[in-house]
Design a protein around this ligand. Sequence first.
Ligand code: MN
Length: 163
Amino acid sequence: MDDRRFVVQRHRARRLHYDFRLEVDGVLASWAVPKGPTLDPSVRRAAFHVEDHALDYGSFEGVLPAGQYGAGDVIVWDNGTWVPANGDPPGKSLFLGELHFDLYGVKLRGRFVLVRTRVDAAGKEEWLLLHKRDEHAVPGWDPEEHPLSVLSGRTNDDVRAGR
Ligand code: MN
């Protein structure tokens, strides 16, 4: 089975968002999800494609200093492995704008879909992230009710306070 890493970081920058990252071709393909991923299959979450990150950034927790891009506190909100749900190489699926995949995380499990819905004149890509109806789906599931880091058990407040 070809396992790839995934990580979701809860990042309180100027605006709270969750950075959803999938290992693809040696980097972390990344989306900023303002409301965070959910197991609720009735919900579609806007996901803004952002720059790839290096694999080792996936274990970063800490405070990005004021004045720096993304200034704010970061926790590793979830992590684990993921598997593409069909035979296409994931890089090709992302290029074509639709990826179906299974997550094996601590909080997030089951079948998810990322689908590109819009590319603006500057090339910024808007996608949707959703959970399919499967045995891991949980109606009403809210990521904000699961605030602890899967790495350290800390909250964003703990990280900000240096605890
Ligand atoms: Mn971020």
